[in-house]
Structure formats: C-alpha cells, structure tokens
Design a protein around this ligand. Structure first.
Ligand SMILES: Cc1cc2nc3c(=O)[nH]c(=O)nc-3n(C[C@H](O)[C@H](O)[C@H](O)COP(=O)(O)OP(=O)(O)OC[C@H]3O[C@@H](n4cnc5c(N)ncnc54)[C@H](O)[C@@H]3O)c2cc1C
Length: 413
C-alpha cells in the first residue's frame, strides 16, 4: 500500500498500538496521539499484576466470556487467537507461559519489556508517536483538532491542527482509572456526531454492602478463599476480599454485569456466599454436630470446619445465627450478603458501555462517520478479568486497522 495514506490513531493504549502496528506494516503513514506524558500507562499498570494478556481455554469458552457481545466479537477473536498473541509476543522477544489457572502471562511477569519492544517496532515501521497531545474533535471541514496537554506548550510540527487524515482509528479506552489517561471525555463528542454510545459504567469492580462497624473495623482487607458466589443463575468460584465498603475480588468481578443490572433496577442485589464450596451441607452438618454446641460460634466453625473468625462475623451480619448443625450448615452454604451498589468507576478494573454494535459496521467503522474506526475498551463489550480484556483490545485494534485498510483500498485507490 502507498505510504500516501495518512492514518491517525487516537490513544496510545494496547488497542491503539495494535492498530498502529498493522497499519504501518501495510505501508500507511501512522501518527499515534496520546494525551498522557507517556504511552501505555494502563497496560503498564496491568503489568503490575503480571500482565495477564490472554487465556488458554478452548476458543468457544473464551468467546463465551464476552457475554452478549460474543457474536459481535467472534470473527475478530477467531482472527487473533491466544496462540497468535503468544507468537506475536515471542516476535517481540517476550516469551509467555500458561499459569495453573490457564491464564497467559509474559515470562517476565510485567509489561515494560513488551511495551519497550513494541514501541521500538512501531518506530522502526515509521510510526510517529506524539505524547502530551489531546485530540479535541473535528473542525467544520472534517480535520482532526488537537490541543497541547500535560505540560506541553505547542503541538508537534508534524501534527498541525486541524490535521486531515485519510482514516482515523479511535482507541481512547473506557473510563476506569482516569488518572492513567482514559477518562471517557470522548462520549459526548461522539454522541454529538450522531454515534450511539451506551453510558460507561464500572465493570470488574467492587460492590458495596452495609457492613456493621465491628465487621468493617476488624475484617476490612480479609480474604475469603475458597468461596463460591451465587447470584441469580450464576455461580462463580474463587476469592473475594472484605473491604471497608463491601466486597471486591476476581470472583465478584465475574458477576459485575448481572449485579449491575439488578442494582440499577432494584437498588439492591442479594449475593449468596458458599463458604465451604468443597463440602456438602450434610458433611458440614455432621462435622458441626461433633463439636460441643456450648462452644462459641467462632470456635465451632474453627474446630469443625477450619473456618476463620471472619465467617462468624459474616454470619452475624446476616441476622440471627442458627445453632442446630444442619441449619447452620445450610446457612454457611448460602450466606446472604445484600449489595447496595457498585464502587465508583474510577476504581474499577474496566468499564462496560461504549460505542454500540449497531453504530459500527462489521469492520468497526462508525456508520455515521465513514473513515472513522473504533477499537478496544471504547466499544460496548465487557468481559471478566482473566486476560479477556487485553485480548479483545489487541484483537479489535488489529481488526479496526484491517477494516481501515480495506476501506482505504475500496474508496481511495
Ligand atoms: C489496575 C488494572 C489492572 C488490569 N489488569 C489487566 C490484566 O491483567 N489483564 C487484562 O486483560 N486487562 C487488565 N486491565 C484492563 C486493560 O488494561 C484495559 O482493558 C486496556 O488497557 C484497554 O485498552 P485500550 O487501548 O482500549 O485503552 P487504554 O489502555 O485505556 O488506552 C487508551 C489511551 O487513550 C488515551 N486517550 C484518551 N483520550 C484521549 C484523547 N482525547 N486524546 C489523546 N489520547 C487520549 C489515554 O490516555 C490512554 O492512554 C487492567 C486494568 C487496570 C486498571
């Protein structure tokens, strides 16, 4: 492809960089615009947890993690699989491994070596990376407009404002952790151009519960592990942590979507905790029956079931604690916790909502704005933690780039 195609990629996160890599490899002159002082801040933050970049489960299981958006994302995820990601990482000198949970991580267990190698490749492919530059929209004739940001006084010489690009990939992320750069400020801007955008709401987030002061003071920070969480017809096994305001942790994150919906409709949502998911009610009851009933609740739970003191406190939060072994066992397998709302979006791992499927064509081009493509967390999909977020951001970044290339060939040759 001729280098005469000028493509602007707005947002220097994984989706934007993936788009820039594909576009520049195909010969486009690509400029990446990032409002923060450096590229990939959220990716680097994800690297603090080891950078869980994908999951090794079977493709149909992986696809199912995207819930209602699975049919939409299916072709994109089939075109950029977990194996493809691992090969791509190896090409950047970053070997990967599959952890015991099936999650995929770089062997280095951090993002910085991957990001360094990736940026070097982009520069080698001629991509211009501009930091401290904020995209502010379009002028009346369709040129992209920018403003200096984060301490910069003037725009780079190579990036006039307005800037007329042949195609644009928008990859500005969602609205979680705004201090890392993605703040959702694009939502009203795109809506004003007739693009339908679902409100950005917290996903993979903690939820509030009205804990008593004793529970909050004594047990905030205490993990519950292993635990199974039940809500409506969903059951998730894993770990949660008691916080001062409620609960958080991987098992709860996986229930974000149905909990959020119920909370929006009813103002509260009853979560059931199974505190010994490996044992049946009958086994629990038999073991409880073998401990003298005059022991304190904490002692009974510890001696019979090796449960920590936090469990007694949680039982008390749920009202009168049954003392008969079978009733107590039943309560331990389905302990109700009333959730009252999600924690704020700025503390969520990711956000749900974004540019809706109907607003895009199959190649992620905004129907209302020919030549404008969207990728990553800006799109209206969500997934639990486990590598699914980065996987879809990388995959949609590439797919939007492929879409832009196809559109340029069709309309500009
Ligand atoms: C603490 C934490 C841990 C995480 N861990 C994992 C994990 O282990 N595995 C996983 O799969 N996911 C993880 N995630 C989620 C993952 O990092 C995100 O889903 C992913 O980074 C989103 O990629 P993106 O490119 O769509 O957006 P982002 O990474 O948010 O990048 C968007 C970029 O656009 C820039 N931008 C926004 N507006 C403008 C503008 N107007 N002009 C110019 N630039 C702009 C932003 O500054 C930002 O750099 C984690 C997230 C957090 C917060």
């Amino acid at each position: 492809m001729s280098t005469s195609y000028r493509v602007a990629v707005i947002g220097g996160g994984p989706a934007g960089l993936a788009a820039a890599e594909s576009l520049s490899a195909a010969g486009c002159a690509v400029q990446v615009i990032e409002r923060m002082p450096s590229i990939g801040r959220k990716l680097l933050m994800a690297g603090r947890g080891g950078l869980n970049i994908s999951h090794s489960e079977a493709p149909d299981h992986l696809l199912a993690r995207y819930g209602q958006a699975a049919p939409w994302l299916a072709p994109t995820l089939a075109a950029w699989t977990t194996d493809d990601i691992r090969v791509w990482m190896a090409g950047l000198g970053q070997e990967s491994f599959i952890g015991s949970s099936g999650r995929v991580f770089p062997t280095a267990m951090k993002a910085s070596p991957l990001l360094r190698a990736w940026l070097a490749r982009l520069q080698h492919q001629g991509v211009l990376l501009h930091t401290r530059v904020e995209w502010t929209g379009w002028d009346a004739s369709g040129g992209l407009t920018f403003a200096p940001a984060a301490g910069r006084d003037v725009l780079p010489d190579t990036l006039p404002s307005p800037f007329v690009a042949d195609a644009v990939v928008l990859a500005m992320g969602g609205a979680s952790w705004p201090r890392l750069g993605s703040n959702g400020a694009w939502v009203p801007l795109l809506r004003s151009h007739g693009v339908e955008v679902e409100p950005l709401v917290p996903a993979n987030c903690g939820f509030r519960a009205n804990w008593s002061d004793p529970l909050r003071t004594r047990f905030a920070g205490t993990p519950l592990k292993p635990v199974a969480l039940r809500f409506a017809d969903h059951t998730v096994r894993g770990e949660v942590v008691i916080t001062a305001n409620g609960l958080e942790g991987g098992a709860l994150y996986a229930l974000s979507a149905p909990l959020r919906t119920c909370l929006a409709q009813q103002g509260q949502a009853e979560l059931l905790l199974d505190l010994r998911p490996d044992l049946t009610v009958d086994v629990l009851a038999t073991r409880l029956a073998n401990v003298r009933p005059r022991e304190s609740l904490s002692n009974r739970l510890r001696k019979a079931l090796r449960l920590p003191p936090v469990v007694a406190a949680l039982l008390r939060e749920a009202g009168e604690v049954p003392s008969a072994p079978h009733a107590l066992a039943t309560r331990l397998k389905a302990l109700p916790v009333m959730l009252t709302g999600p924690e704020p979006i700025d503390r969520a791992i990711s956000s749900a909502g974004g540019v809706v499927q109907a607003a895009c064509d199959a190649r992620f081009m905004v129907r209302a704005m020919p030549g404008v493509f969207v990728a990553g967390e800006m799109l209206d999909w969500e997934a639990p933690t486990g590598g699914y977020l980065l996987h879809a951001c990388l995959a949609t970044g590439r797919a939007a780039a492929q879409g832009a290339l196809q559109w340029l060939r069709e309309t500009r040759s």
